[in-house]
Design a protein around this ligand. Structure first.
Ligand code: NA7
Length: 540
């Protein structure tokens, strides 16, 4: 089918894990669909983030689709934490196995989507001149997909290449013998720095805020363990869905402050030795009680001091904010890398990067020479990819105008004034605080059920009621105040990019609570939404 002027039931924007599953489900339910994808392949986040060391921080056996028992059985992960190439291979396998590519237009970006109120249809336009009419639009644009590229002064003067971790060249980069500057010390930097340091002649890391990171202790997966999981995969999936994070790991509900200092030390040592995100599960109150949090933060800082030999560097690498407030990082040899004589840490917290010159990066009047710069500067999270398109709803209002003071959605799935526009893992949903693929499956299942319900009842449009949306936005904000996660400048609140509104964007009430709410809404005939039959009548 030529897509230049056509009509489908649904346009899907993005062919990452969300878009692929949306295409699959739409087809299963008998809807026609067309997907536009900016890259030349599937995989989304895992297509773009090819930087050295890119790896998932949720265990492989859980970071995968659960919708197909056959897929679960036939795919075998090789490592505890999958490296990016393997996750990308999995995305490609899924696309081929379910014959999804025929409805994907690659290297094509959606530039605009405009709702025609009279016809109750969206017109979707692309940078290749496509103009497609669709009853529904499903945004599968990802939560961390719009690269944050700070406009450093003089950046165009720099004579070497500048890379962003989220837009890494497909052919890879060889840093052998080079002087490399890395800007940023979030998850992407923490994963890539040890590997860049292994190649580079000299590495300078520019740090604005140190991150907490826990060793991954990644390893090859034991085939016996994999066989045991595969023998009863649904049990693991069910356990995962019952957890606030949407993935399973050992969790100790006991409050940290009820334990003696000796017990805590033992518990933290054991949890550190297991490594990874489950370290935060050492006690139940760590994200709710500052005093409890101080105990784990102190422990983490003591680990940094024990690994990093230079006391000044250890001090600089030690965060003083709430442990786990920003997304916890998971690493392999990050702190130890700073013991290498050719690796240098530069603090830019008080004296920001002044400018670039042809030779390198200038801080406080001093030039740090570099042959290549890596910007590990993160993303305009959750809303950045929406901002790149002109999305126009009822009355000519654009989504950017509506969200100027922060995103407003009902359940993170849709926004009032933008009928029939679904947001997979949108702001206001738990997505980035849950296991992403579980979150995607739950969203898409719910959305396609709603589309089928509308087909059965003759509804032409759905959209949230303003009052319910307002109440949800308020609820998302209220719940966030309970957690210490709302207390620091992170991408969860949009604080990493200057000028963005400060709003806690994900729903932090937990995955099961959220799923229950979505199911209740469905069971009550979509309470909180207006379903319209196009003749002024409501349908239920
Ligand atoms: P992050 O976690 O947002 O990290 C970006 C880093 O870049 C962070 O250390 C920022 O410092 C730093 N940054 C951003 N702008 C600047 C400027 N202008 N100057 C200096 N430093 C800057 O992105 P990642 O890609 O590492 O990880 C994103 C998620 O992917 C992660 O949370 C996991 O879920 C996987 P800041 O902390 O803002 O002071």
């Amino acid at each position: 089918m030529s897509s230049s002027h056509s009509s489908v039931d649904a346009v899907v924007v993005g062919a990452g894990f969300g878009g692929l599953y949306a295409l699959y489900c739409l087809r299963q339910m008998g809807f026609s669909a067309l997907c536009f994808e900016g890259g030349d392949g599937v995989g989304g986040t895992w297509y773009w983030n090819r930087y050295p060391g890119a790896r998932c921080d949720v265990e492989s056996l859980q970071y995968s689709y659960s919708f197909s028992p056959e897929l679960d059985q036939e795919w075998t992960w090789s490592e505890k934490y999958s490296p990016q190439p393997e996750i990308l291979a999995y995305a490609n396998h899924v696309a081929d196995r379910f014959d999804l590519r025929r409805d994907i237009r690659f290297e094509t970006r959606v530039t605009a989507a405009t709702f025609d109120e009279a016809r109750a249809l969206w017109t979707v336009e692309t940078d290749r001149g496509d103009c497609v009419a669709a009853r529904f639009v499903m945004m599968a644009v990802g939560c961390l997909s719009a690269a944050n590229k700070p406009p450093f002064e003089g950046i165009e003067d720099f004579r070497g290449p500048i890379y962003h971790t989220g837009e890494w060249p497909q052919e890879g980069v060889d840093f052998t013998g080079q002087r490399v500057a890395v800007i940023g010390t979030g998850s992407s930097a923490i994963q890539s720095i040890p590997l860049i340091a292994a190649e580079a002649k000299a590495l300078t890391v520019f740090q604005r805020t140190p991150s907490y990171t826990v060793p991954a202790y990644n390893a090859k997966l034991d085939p016996d363990y994999v066989a045991r999981v595969k023998a009863d995969y649904p049990a693991l999936r069910a356990k995962a869905r019952s957890r606030p994070t949407g993935f399973y790991f050992p969790f100790n509900a006991q409050p940290a402050l009820e334990a003696t200092p000796e017990e805590r030390q033992r518990q933290y040592e054991e949890a550190w030795a297991r490594g990874g995100l489950p370290f935060l599960g050492a006690y139940g109150d760590l994200l709710f009680n500052k005093q409890a949090n101080d105990t784990i933060a102190d422990f983490a800082r003591s680990k940094i001091r024990s690994i990093v030999k230079d006391p000044g560097t250890a001090e600089l690498l030690s965060p003083d904010n709430v442990f786990g407030c920003k997304r916890l990082c998971v690493d392999t040899d990050y702190y130890a890398t700073f013991n290498k004589p050719h690796v240098k840490l530069v603090d830019v917290s008080k004296t920001p990067i002044e400018r670039f010159t042809a030779e390198g990066v200038v801080v406080a009047g001093k030039t740090y020479p570099a042959d290549a710069v890596v910007c590990a500067t993160g993303f305009a999270a959750m809303t950045g990819s929406y901002d790149k398109m002109r999305i126009t709803g009822r009355g000519g209002l654009t989504l950017a105008e509506k969200w100027a003071a922060g995103p407003r959605t009902y359940l993170g799935v849709a926004s009032a004034g933008f009928p029939n526009l679904f947001m997979i893992t949108g702001p206001g949903s738990p997505s980035v605080l849950a296991s992403m693929i579980q979150a995607i499956e739950q969203h898409v299942d719910w959305m396609v059920d709603l589309m089928a319900h509308m087909r059965d009842t003759g509804a032409r449009t759905f959209e949230p009621k303003v009052a319910d949306e307002d109440a949800w936005v308020e609820h998302v904000n209220e719940v966030s105040q309970v957690s210490l996660r709302s207390t620091c400048s992170s991408w969860y609140v949009g604080a990493n990019v200057p000028g963005r509104p400060r709003v806690f964007m994900p729903y932090i009430g937990g995955f099961p609570v959220y799923v229950q709410k979505c199911n209740e809404v469905m069971d009550t005939g979509y309470d909180g939404f207006v379903l319209d039959d196009g003749h002024g009548g409501a349908t239920t």
